[in-house]
Ligand binder design. Structure first.
Ligand code: GLN
Length: 519
Protein backbone atom coordinates (compact mmCIF):
# COMPACT_ATOMS: atom_id res chain seq x y z
CA UNK A 1 0.00 0.00 0.00
CA UNK A 2 2.91 2.35 0.77
CA UNK A 3 4.15 2.24 -2.86
CA UNK A 4 0.59 2.51 -4.13
CA UNK A 5 -0.13 5.72 -2.24
CA UNK A 6 2.90 7.36 -3.83
CA UNK A 7 2.56 5.92 -7.36
CA UNK A 8 1.33 7.84 -10.38
CA UNK A 9 -2.42 8.09 -10.97
CA UNK A 10 -2.03 6.04 -14.15
CA UNK A 11 -0.31 3.18 -12.35
CA UNK A 12 -2.85 3.14 -9.53
CA UNK A 13 -5.79 3.36 -11.93
CA UNK A 14 -4.48 0.31 -13.74
CA UNK A 15 -4.34 -1.61 -10.47
CA UNK A 16 -7.82 -0.48 -9.42
CA UNK A 17 -9.35 -1.26 -12.78
CA UNK A 18 -7.84 -4.72 -12.88
CA UNK A 19 -9.14 -5.41 -9.39
CA UNK A 20 -5.60 -5.80 -7.98
CA UNK A 21 -6.35 -3.14 -5.38
CA UNK A 22 -9.66 -1.83 -4.09
CA UNK A 23 -10.39 1.89 -3.94
CA UNK A 24 -11.84 1.44 -0.45
CA UNK A 25 -8.42 0.15 0.72
CA UNK A 26 -6.73 3.24 -0.70
CA UNK A 27 -9.23 5.51 1.05
CA UNK A 28 -8.68 3.67 4.33
CA UNK A 29 -4.90 4.09 4.09
CA UNK A 30 -5.33 7.76 3.14
CA UNK A 31 -7.51 8.33 6.19
CA UNK A 32 -4.89 6.72 8.43
CA UNK A 33 -2.16 8.94 7.01
CA UNK A 34 -4.35 12.05 7.34
CA UNK A 35 -4.68 11.19 11.00
CA UNK A 36 -0.94 10.65 11.43
CA UNK A 37 0.01 14.02 9.95
CA UNK A 38 -2.84 15.89 11.67
CA UNK A 39 -0.50 18.25 13.58
CA UNK A 40 0.62 19.72 10.22
CA UNK A 41 -2.95 21.05 9.94
CA UNK A 42 -3.34 20.38 6.22
CA UNK A 43 -7.03 19.50 6.38
CA UNK A 44 -9.84 21.58 7.88
CA UNK A 45 -12.32 18.70 7.56
CA UNK A 46 -12.43 15.23 6.11
CA UNK A 47 -15.30 13.95 4.03
CA UNK A 48 -17.94 11.87 5.73
CA UNK A 49 -18.60 8.17 5.85
CA UNK A 50 -20.79 8.65 2.78
CA UNK A 51 -17.56 8.73 0.83
CA UNK A 52 -16.59 5.34 2.28
CA UNK A 53 -19.85 3.99 0.99
CA UNK A 54 -19.16 5.54 -2.42
CA UNK A 55 -15.74 3.95 -2.54
CA UNK A 56 -17.26 0.55 -1.72
CA UNK A 57 -19.75 1.07 -4.54
CA UNK A 58 -16.76 1.77 -6.77
CA UNK A 59 -15.24 -1.55 -5.73
CA UNK A 60 -18.45 -3.25 -6.79
CA UNK A 61 -18.36 -1.46 -10.13
CA UNK A 62 -14.89 -2.87 -10.74
CA UNK A 63 -16.08 -6.33 -9.77
CA UNK A 64 -19.02 -6.01 -12.16
CA UNK A 65 -16.73 -4.69 -14.90
CA UNK A 66 -18.85 -1.53 -15.28
CA UNK A 67 -17.47 1.42 -17.30
CA UNK A 68 -15.00 3.26 -15.09
CA UNK A 69 -14.04 6.93 -15.08
CA UNK A 70 -10.44 8.02 -15.73
CA UNK A 71 -9.95 8.85 -12.04
CA UNK A 72 -11.75 5.81 -10.67
CA UNK A 73 -10.94 5.46 -6.96
CA UNK A 74 -8.27 8.20 -7.04
CA UNK A 75 -8.18 10.23 -3.82
CA UNK A 76 -8.22 14.01 -4.24
CA UNK A 77 -8.31 16.80 -1.65
CA UNK A 78 -10.12 20.09 -2.24
CA UNK A 79 -9.13 23.54 -1.01
CA UNK A 80 -11.81 24.75 1.37
CA UNK A 81 -12.92 27.60 -0.88
CA UNK A 82 -14.60 25.25 -3.40
CA UNK A 83 -18.24 24.48 -2.58
CA UNK A 84 -18.96 20.87 -1.72
CA UNK A 85 -22.59 19.81 -1.48
CA UNK A 86 -23.65 18.95 2.06
CA UNK A 87 -20.09 19.42 3.38
CA UNK A 88 -18.79 22.53 5.19
CA UNK A 89 -16.91 25.06 3.04
CA UNK A 90 -15.25 27.55 5.36
CA UNK A 91 -12.77 29.60 3.30
CA UNK A 92 -10.60 29.30 6.42
CA UNK A 93 -12.72 31.97 8.07
CA UNK A 94 -15.06 32.29 11.04
CA UNK A 95 -17.43 34.02 8.63
CA UNK A 96 -18.15 30.73 6.85
CA UNK A 97 -17.20 28.30 9.63
CA UNK A 98 -20.72 26.81 9.58
CA UNK A 99 -21.54 27.26 5.92
CA UNK A 100 -22.74 24.11 4.15
CA UNK A 101 -23.30 24.65 0.41
CA UNK A 102 -26.24 23.11 -1.37
CA UNK A 103 -24.24 22.32 -4.50
CA UNK A 104 -20.84 21.13 -5.71
CA UNK A 105 -18.43 23.44 -7.52
CA UNK A 106 -18.28 22.33 -11.17
CA UNK A 107 -14.69 21.11 -10.67
CA UNK A 108 -15.80 18.89 -7.76
CA UNK A 109 -18.73 17.41 -9.65
CA UNK A 110 -16.49 16.74 -12.67
CA UNK A 111 -13.89 15.02 -10.48
CA UNK A 112 -16.57 12.87 -8.90
CA UNK A 113 -18.02 12.06 -12.30
CA UNK A 114 -14.58 10.82 -13.34
CA UNK A 115 -14.66 8.44 -10.37
CA UNK A 116 -12.44 10.41 -7.95
CA UNK A 117 -12.92 10.17 -4.20
CA UNK A 118 -12.73 13.44 -2.29
CA UNK A 119 -10.72 12.96 0.92
CA UNK A 120 -11.41 16.31 2.54
CA UNK A 121 -11.19 20.08 2.52
CA UNK A 122 -7.80 21.71 2.94
CA UNK A 123 -6.55 24.71 4.87
CA UNK A 124 -5.96 28.17 3.39
CA UNK A 125 -5.42 31.79 4.34
CA UNK A 126 -8.82 33.38 5.03
CA UNK A 127 -10.69 33.74 1.73
CA UNK A 128 -7.38 32.82 -0.01
CA UNK A 129 -5.87 36.21 0.92
CA UNK A 130 -2.27 35.40 1.65
CA UNK A 131 0.81 33.52 0.59
CA UNK A 132 1.75 31.41 3.58
CA UNK A 133 -1.36 29.63 4.95
CA UNK A 134 -0.58 31.40 8.20
CA UNK A 135 -3.80 33.42 8.51
CA UNK A 136 -6.47 30.69 8.68
CA UNK A 137 -9.11 30.84 11.40
CA UNK A 138 -8.24 27.16 11.92
CA UNK A 139 -4.54 27.86 12.54
CA UNK A 140 -1.56 27.77 10.17
CA UNK A 141 -0.48 24.80 8.05
CA UNK A 142 3.06 23.52 8.64
CA UNK A 143 5.30 22.35 5.83
CA UNK A 144 6.04 18.62 5.82
CA UNK A 145 9.61 19.32 4.68
CA UNK A 146 11.78 20.22 7.63
CA UNK A 147 9.16 18.96 10.10
CA UNK A 148 9.52 16.08 12.57
CA UNK A 149 7.11 14.12 10.33
CA UNK A 150 9.88 13.81 7.74
CA UNK A 151 11.20 11.04 10.02
CA UNK A 152 8.31 8.91 8.73
CA UNK A 153 9.50 9.30 5.14
CA UNK A 154 12.42 8.19 3.01
CA UNK A 155 13.40 8.93 -0.58
CA UNK A 156 12.28 6.42 -3.19
CA UNK A 157 15.56 6.35 -5.08
CA UNK A 158 18.31 7.63 -2.87
CA UNK A 159 19.52 8.03 0.67
CA UNK A 160 17.93 10.91 2.55
CA UNK A 161 20.53 13.15 4.18
CA UNK A 162 20.31 13.73 7.90
CA UNK A 163 17.32 15.96 8.55
CA UNK A 164 18.32 19.41 9.63
CA UNK A 165 16.64 20.95 12.62
CA UNK A 166 15.61 18.48 15.26
CA UNK A 167 12.03 19.48 15.84
CA UNK A 168 9.32 21.63 14.34
CA UNK A 169 7.70 22.30 17.66
CA UNK A 170 6.98 25.79 19.01
CA UNK A 171 7.39 28.25 16.17
CA UNK A 172 10.47 26.51 14.80
CA UNK A 173 8.88 25.21 11.59
CA UNK A 174 8.67 26.13 7.93
CA UNK A 175 5.67 27.65 6.18
CA UNK A 176 3.93 25.55 3.53
CA UNK A 177 3.37 28.59 1.31
CA UNK A 178 -0.08 29.73 0.36
CA UNK A 179 -2.78 30.34 0.14
CA UNK A 180 -3.32 26.67 -0.90
CA UNK A 181 -0.83 25.40 1.71
CA UNK A 182 -3.18 22.71 3.04
CA UNK A 183 -3.60 21.24 -0.45
CA UNK A 184 0.17 21.15 -0.97
CA UNK A 185 0.87 19.39 2.34
CA UNK A 186 -1.98 16.94 1.69
CA UNK A 187 -0.32 15.91 -1.60
CA UNK A 188 3.31 16.02 -0.40
CA UNK A 189 2.53 13.74 2.54
CA UNK A 190 0.79 11.13 0.34
CA UNK A 191 -2.73 11.49 1.74
CA UNK A 192 -4.06 11.98 -1.82
CA UNK A 193 -2.81 11.86 -5.41
CA UNK A 194 -3.84 15.41 -6.22
CA UNK A 195 -5.44 18.44 -4.66
CA UNK A 196 -7.25 21.46 -6.02
CA UNK A 197 -5.95 24.86 -5.07
CA UNK A 198 -7.00 28.24 -6.37
CA UNK A 199 -4.64 30.72 -8.02
CA UNK A 200 -5.27 34.45 -8.14
CA UNK A 201 -1.75 35.74 -7.68
CA UNK A 202 0.24 32.56 -7.16
CA UNK A 203 -1.64 30.59 -4.51
CA UNK A 204 -1.20 27.23 -6.26
CA UNK A 205 2.36 27.70 -7.51
CA UNK A 206 3.75 29.24 -4.31
CA UNK A 207 2.93 26.33 -1.96
CA UNK A 208 3.87 23.84 -4.70
CA UNK A 209 7.27 25.57 -4.80
CA UNK A 210 7.82 25.26 -1.04
CA UNK A 211 6.49 21.69 -0.83
CA UNK A 212 8.33 20.22 -3.86
CA UNK A 213 5.28 19.66 -6.08
CA UNK A 214 3.85 20.37 -9.50
CA UNK A 215 1.51 23.36 -9.19
CA UNK A 216 -0.45 24.15 -12.36
CA UNK A 217 -2.33 27.38 -12.92
CA UNK A 218 -4.31 26.84 -16.15
CA UNK A 219 -5.26 29.56 -18.65
CA UNK A 220 -7.94 31.87 -17.21
CA UNK A 221 -11.33 30.59 -18.37
CA UNK A 222 -10.17 27.07 -19.23
CA UNK A 223 -11.48 25.66 -15.94
CA UNK A 224 -14.82 26.69 -14.45
CA UNK A 225 -14.93 28.95 -11.39
CA UNK A 226 -18.54 28.02 -10.65
CA UNK A 227 -18.61 27.19 -6.94
CA UNK A 228 -15.13 28.61 -6.25
CA UNK A 229 -15.81 31.31 -3.66
CA UNK A 230 -14.44 34.39 -5.41
CA UNK A 231 -11.43 36.45 -4.42
CA UNK A 232 -10.70 38.38 -7.65
CA UNK A 233 -13.18 37.16 -10.28
CA UNK A 234 -11.13 38.50 -13.16
CA UNK A 235 -8.03 36.51 -12.14
CA UNK A 236 -9.17 33.46 -10.08
CA UNK A 237 -8.44 30.05 -11.59
CA UNK A 238 -8.78 26.59 -10.04
CA UNK A 239 -5.23 25.23 -9.70
CA UNK A 240 -3.91 21.66 -9.64
CA UNK A 241 -1.30 20.32 -7.22
CA UNK A 242 0.28 16.88 -7.80
CA UNK A 243 3.56 15.02 -7.34
CA UNK A 244 4.03 14.41 -11.08
CA UNK A 245 3.35 16.29 -14.32
CA UNK A 246 1.39 13.34 -15.77
CA UNK A 247 -0.97 13.43 -12.79
CA UNK A 248 -1.64 17.16 -13.22
CA UNK A 249 -2.51 16.53 -16.85
CA UNK A 250 -5.05 13.84 -15.95
CA UNK A 251 -6.75 16.16 -13.46
CA UNK A 252 -6.77 19.00 -15.98
CA UNK A 253 -8.38 16.72 -18.57
CA UNK A 254 -11.09 15.83 -16.04
CA UNK A 255 -12.00 19.39 -15.03
CA UNK A 256 -11.31 21.67 -18.04
CA UNK A 257 -13.82 22.85 -20.60
CA UNK A 258 -16.84 25.12 -21.01
CA UNK A 259 -19.44 25.38 -18.27
CA UNK A 260 -22.79 27.08 -18.72
CA UNK A 261 -22.70 28.03 -15.02
CA UNK A 262 -19.60 30.21 -15.52
CA UNK A 263 -19.92 32.79 -18.29
CA UNK A 264 -16.16 33.44 -18.21
CA UNK A 265 -15.24 29.91 -19.30
CA UNK A 266 -13.92 29.75 -22.86
CA UNK A 267 -16.58 28.63 -25.30
CA UNK A 268 -14.53 26.14 -27.37
CA UNK A 269 -14.83 22.48 -26.45
CA UNK A 270 -11.80 21.17 -24.62
CA UNK A 271 -9.91 18.32 -26.25
CA UNK A 272 -8.08 16.24 -23.66
CA UNK A 273 -4.33 16.76 -23.88
CA UNK A 274 -1.84 13.92 -24.10
CA UNK A 275 1.92 14.32 -24.04
CA UNK A 276 4.25 12.72 -26.57
CA UNK A 277 6.07 9.57 -25.40
CA UNK A 278 9.39 11.18 -26.20
CA UNK A 279 9.53 14.90 -25.50
CA UNK A 280 12.07 16.94 -27.48
CA UNK A 281 13.23 20.43 -26.60
CA UNK A 282 15.38 20.86 -29.71
CA UNK A 283 14.78 24.31 -31.15
CA UNK A 284 12.53 25.36 -28.24
CA UNK A 285 12.95 29.08 -27.62
CA UNK A 286 13.13 29.66 -23.89
CA UNK A 287 12.92 33.26 -22.66
CA UNK A 288 14.67 34.42 -19.50
CA UNK A 289 13.13 37.76 -18.42
CA UNK A 290 15.72 40.16 -17.10
CA UNK A 291 13.21 41.82 -14.73
CA UNK A 292 12.97 38.52 -12.82
CA UNK A 293 16.65 38.65 -11.87
CA UNK A 294 16.04 40.36 -8.53
CA UNK A 295 18.82 41.22 -6.14
CA UNK A 296 16.77 39.56 -3.35
CA UNK A 297 16.81 36.22 -5.24
CA UNK A 298 18.57 33.61 -3.10
CA UNK A 299 21.76 32.21 -4.50
CA UNK A 300 20.31 28.70 -4.35
CA UNK A 301 17.29 29.53 -6.55
CA UNK A 302 19.55 31.47 -8.90
CA UNK A 303 21.84 28.45 -9.27
CA UNK A 304 18.80 26.22 -10.00
CA UNK A 305 17.64 28.71 -12.62
CA UNK A 306 21.02 28.76 -14.36
CA UNK A 307 21.40 24.98 -14.14
CA UNK A 308 18.01 24.27 -15.69
CA UNK A 309 18.66 26.84 -18.44
CA UNK A 310 21.95 25.06 -19.14
CA UNK A 311 20.30 21.60 -19.15
CA UNK A 312 17.69 22.87 -21.60
CA UNK A 313 20.41 24.33 -23.79
CA UNK A 314 22.30 21.04 -23.74
CA UNK A 315 19.04 19.39 -24.78
CA UNK A 316 18.92 21.60 -27.88
CA UNK A 317 16.79 24.53 -26.67
CA UNK A 318 17.77 28.14 -27.30
CA UNK A 319 18.05 30.31 -24.19
CA UNK A 320 17.12 33.90 -25.03
CA UNK A 321 17.21 36.94 -22.71
CA UNK A 322 13.92 38.86 -22.90
CA UNK A 323 12.36 41.88 -21.26
CA UNK A 324 8.95 42.27 -19.59
CA UNK A 325 9.32 45.95 -18.71
CA UNK A 326 6.14 46.41 -16.63
CA UNK A 327 6.77 43.45 -14.30
CA UNK A 328 7.64 45.66 -11.37
CA UNK A 329 4.22 47.35 -11.51
CA UNK A 330 2.30 44.10 -11.35
CA UNK A 331 2.18 43.79 -7.56
CA UNK A 332 1.02 47.33 -6.83
CA UNK A 333 -1.65 47.17 -9.54
CA UNK A 334 -2.72 43.76 -8.33
CA UNK A 335 -3.14 45.09 -4.85
CA UNK A 336 -5.48 47.87 -6.09
CA UNK A 337 -7.50 45.51 -8.31
CA UNK A 338 -7.59 42.79 -5.66
CA UNK A 339 -8.88 45.16 -3.01
CA UNK A 340 -11.53 46.63 -5.32
CA UNK A 341 -12.87 43.19 -6.23
CA UNK A 342 -12.62 42.06 -2.60
CA UNK A 343 -14.65 45.09 -1.44
CA UNK A 344 -17.40 44.08 -3.82
CA UNK A 345 -17.18 40.29 -3.32
CA UNK A 346 -17.23 40.49 0.47
CA UNK A 347 -20.36 42.67 0.53
CA UNK A 348 -22.52 39.52 0.52
CA UNK A 349 -21.36 38.53 4.01
CA UNK A 350 -23.66 40.61 6.14
CA UNK A 351 -24.95 38.16 8.74
CA UNK A 352 -28.25 37.72 6.92
CA UNK A 353 -27.81 35.29 4.08
CA UNK A 354 -24.58 33.33 4.61
CA UNK A 355 -22.56 32.09 7.52
CA UNK A 356 -21.71 33.79 10.76
CA UNK A 357 -24.14 36.20 12.46
CA UNK A 358 -23.20 38.33 15.47
CA UNK A 359 -25.88 38.19 18.15
CA UNK A 360 -27.20 40.84 20.49
CA UNK A 361 -27.41 43.53 17.85
CA UNK A 362 -30.08 46.21 18.03
CA UNK A 363 -30.19 47.59 14.52
CA UNK A 364 -29.49 46.38 10.99
CA UNK A 365 -26.38 48.59 10.83
CA UNK A 366 -25.11 47.10 14.05
CA UNK A 367 -25.82 43.57 12.78
CA UNK A 368 -23.77 44.24 9.61
CA UNK A 369 -20.95 45.96 11.49
CA UNK A 370 -20.62 43.42 14.29
CA UNK A 371 -20.93 40.43 11.98
CA UNK A 372 -18.28 41.75 9.62
CA UNK A 373 -16.10 43.06 12.46
CA UNK A 374 -16.05 39.68 14.17
CA UNK A 375 -16.40 37.28 11.22
CA UNK A 376 -13.47 38.60 9.13
CA UNK A 377 -9.84 38.83 10.21
CA UNK A 378 -7.72 42.01 9.95
CA UNK A 379 -6.49 41.09 6.48
CA UNK A 380 -9.96 40.78 4.96
CA UNK A 381 -11.23 43.89 6.75
CA UNK A 382 -8.30 46.03 5.64
CA UNK A 383 -8.68 44.91 2.00
CA UNK A 384 -12.40 45.78 2.10
CA UNK A 385 -11.62 49.23 3.49
CA UNK A 386 -8.89 49.95 0.96
CA UNK A 387 -11.02 48.64 -1.91
CA UNK A 388 -13.95 50.84 -0.98
CA UNK A 389 -11.61 53.81 -0.81
CA UNK A 390 -10.24 53.10 -4.32
CA UNK A 391 -13.80 52.77 -5.61
CA UNK A 392 -15.00 56.13 -4.27
CA UNK A 393 -16.17 58.21 -7.23
CA UNK A 394 -13.36 60.74 -6.71
CA UNK A 395 -10.69 57.98 -6.64
CA UNK A 396 -12.00 55.52 -9.18
CA UNK A 397 -10.18 56.94 -12.24
CA UNK A 398 -6.98 57.45 -10.36
CA UNK A 399 -6.75 53.94 -8.91
CA UNK A 400 -9.03 51.33 -10.47
CA UNK A 401 -8.97 52.63 -14.03
CA UNK A 402 -5.23 53.34 -13.90
CA UNK A 403 -4.50 49.86 -12.52
CA UNK A 404 -6.60 48.33 -15.32
CA UNK A 405 -4.54 50.24 -17.88
CA UNK A 406 -1.30 48.99 -16.39
CA UNK A 407 -2.75 45.48 -16.35
CA UNK A 408 -3.16 45.81 -20.13
CA UNK A 409 0.50 46.89 -20.44
CA UNK A 410 1.61 43.83 -18.46
CA UNK A 411 -0.39 41.56 -20.77
CA UNK A 412 1.11 43.37 -23.80
CA UNK A 413 4.64 42.73 -22.48
CA UNK A 414 3.93 39.00 -22.69
CA UNK A 415 2.29 39.30 -26.12
CA UNK A 416 5.38 41.11 -27.44
CA UNK A 417 7.61 38.31 -26.17
CA UNK A 418 5.46 35.59 -27.80
CA UNK A 419 5.29 37.64 -31.01
CA UNK A 420 9.09 37.73 -31.02
CA UNK A 421 9.03 33.93 -31.23
CA UNK A 422 9.55 32.91 -27.60
CA UNK A 423 7.80 29.59 -26.85
CA UNK A 424 8.07 29.53 -23.10
CA UNK A 425 9.45 31.54 -20.17
CA UNK A 426 11.63 30.07 -17.43
CA UNK A 427 11.71 31.99 -14.13
CA UNK A 428 11.91 31.42 -10.38
CA UNK A 429 8.58 30.77 -8.59
CA UNK A 430 9.70 32.07 -5.21
CA UNK A 431 12.77 33.95 -4.04
CA UNK A 432 14.10 31.13 -1.87
CA UNK A 433 13.17 27.89 -0.12
CA UNK A 434 10.44 28.04 2.56
CA UNK A 435 10.95 30.50 5.38
CA UNK A 436 10.63 29.70 9.05
CA UNK A 437 7.13 30.62 10.27
CA UNK A 438 8.54 32.90 12.94
CA UNK A 439 10.50 34.89 10.34
CA UNK A 440 7.65 34.95 7.83
CA UNK A 441 5.13 36.49 10.20
CA UNK A 442 7.47 39.36 11.07
CA UNK A 443 6.08 41.03 7.92
CA UNK A 444 2.39 41.91 7.57
CA UNK A 445 0.17 40.19 4.99
CA UNK A 446 0.57 42.98 2.42
CA UNK A 447 4.36 42.89 2.61
CA UNK A 448 4.44 39.09 2.54
CA UNK A 449 2.30 39.06 -0.61
CA UNK A 450 4.36 41.70 -2.38
CA UNK A 451 7.50 39.61 -1.87
CA UNK A 452 5.93 36.17 -2.41
CA UNK A 453 3.85 36.96 -5.49
CA UNK A 454 6.44 38.93 -7.46
CA UNK A 455 7.20 36.11 -9.95
CA UNK A 456 3.77 34.48 -10.02
CA UNK A 457 1.31 37.40 -10.14
CA UNK A 458 2.00 38.67 -13.70
CA UNK A 459 0.64 35.41 -15.20
CA UNK A 460 -2.70 36.11 -13.47
CA UNK A 461 -2.74 39.66 -14.80
CA UNK A 462 -2.38 38.29 -18.33
CA UNK A 463 -4.48 35.10 -17.86
CA UNK A 464 -1.53 32.90 -18.89
CA UNK A 465 -0.98 29.28 -17.92
CA UNK A 466 2.00 28.68 -15.63
CA UNK A 467 3.42 25.78 -13.68
CA UNK A 468 5.76 25.25 -10.74
CA UNK A 469 8.34 22.50 -11.22
CA UNK A 470 10.43 21.29 -8.23
CA UNK A 471 14.14 21.10 -9.07
CA UNK A 472 16.36 20.21 -6.13
CA UNK A 473 16.86 20.50 -2.40
CA UNK A 474 18.44 23.43 -0.61
CA UNK A 475 21.23 23.18 1.96
CA UNK A 476 18.51 23.05 4.61
CA UNK A 477 16.95 20.06 2.82
CA UNK A 478 13.93 22.06 1.59
CA UNK A 479 12.53 22.09 -1.98
CA UNK A 480 13.75 24.64 -4.56
CA UNK A 481 11.58 25.21 -7.62
CA UNK A 482 11.20 27.10 -10.89
CA UNK A 483 8.27 28.39 -12.91
CA UNK A 484 7.37 27.99 -16.59
CA UNK A 485 4.87 30.32 -18.34
CA UNK A 486 3.48 29.88 -21.85
CA UNK A 487 1.05 31.69 -24.16
CA UNK A 488 -2.67 31.31 -23.49
CA UNK A 489 -4.04 27.77 -24.06
CA UNK A 490 -0.59 26.29 -24.59
CA UNK A 491 -0.96 23.88 -21.66
CA UNK A 492 0.32 21.02 -23.79
CA UNK A 493 3.58 22.81 -24.51
CA UNK A 494 3.85 24.02 -20.92
CA UNK A 495 3.38 20.54 -19.45
CA UNK A 496 5.63 18.90 -22.05
CA UNK A 497 8.52 21.14 -21.07
CA UNK A 498 7.68 20.69 -17.37
CA UNK A 499 7.83 16.92 -17.85
CA UNK A 500 11.09 17.15 -19.77
CA UNK A 501 12.58 19.10 -16.85
CA UNK A 502 11.03 16.69 -14.32
CA UNK A 503 12.73 13.77 -16.07
CA UNK A 504 16.05 15.63 -16.28
CA UNK A 505 16.37 16.84 -12.69
CA UNK A 506 14.94 13.84 -10.75
CA UNK A 507 13.55 15.77 -7.80
CA UNK A 508 13.44 13.20 -4.93
CA UNK A 509 10.18 11.29 -4.49
CA UNK A 510 9.02 10.43 -0.99
CA UNK A 511 7.82 7.10 0.40
CA UNK A 512 6.84 6.14 3.92
CA UNK A 513 9.60 4.34 5.83
CA UNK A 514 7.17 2.04 7.53
CA UNK A 515 4.03 0.64 5.86
CA UNK A 516 2.60 -0.11 9.30
CA UNK A 517 1.74 3.57 9.53
CA UNK A 518 -1.07 2.83 7.09
CA UNK A 519 -2.84 0.10 9.01
N1 GLN B 1 -1.10 36.41 -2.23
C1 GLN B 1 -2.12 36.93 -3.07
C2 GLN B 1 -3.23 37.56 -2.28
O1 GLN B 1 -3.26 37.44 -1.09
C3 GLN B 1 -2.65 35.88 -4.01
C4 GLN B 1 -3.54 34.91 -3.34
C5 GLN B 1 -4.11 33.88 -4.25
O2 GLN B 1 -3.55 33.58 -5.31
N2 GLN B 1 -5.24 33.38 -3.84
O3 GLN B 1 -4.09 38.19 -2.82
Amino acid sequence: MNKILFSSIKEVSKKINSGEIRSSEILKASRKLIDTIKPLNAYISITSKLVDQESEEKDEKVENKATLGDLQGITIAIKDNFCTEGHPTTCGSLMLANFVPGYDATVCSRLKKSGAILTGKTNLDQFAMGSGTVDSFFGPTKNLWGSEFMDYYCFEEREMGKRKGSSSSGDNWYIAGGSSGGSAVAVASGTCYAALGSDTGGSTRNPASYCGLIGLKPTYGLVSRNGLIPLVNSMDVPGIITRRVDDALLILNAIAGPDSSDSTTLKEDYSPISLPDRIEVTGLRVGIPKEYRLSELSNEVDVCWQNVARILEEGGAKIIPVSLPHTELSIVCYSVLNQCEVASNMARYDGIEFGFRADETFSTEELFANTRGMGFNDVVRSRILAGNYFLLSENYENYFVKAMKVRRLIAQDFEAVWDAGIDILLTPTTLSDAQLYRDFIKADNQTQCSVQDYFTQPANMAGLPAVNVPISLSKKGLPLSLQLMSPILQERRLLSVAKWIEESVHFPKLLLRDSNLLV
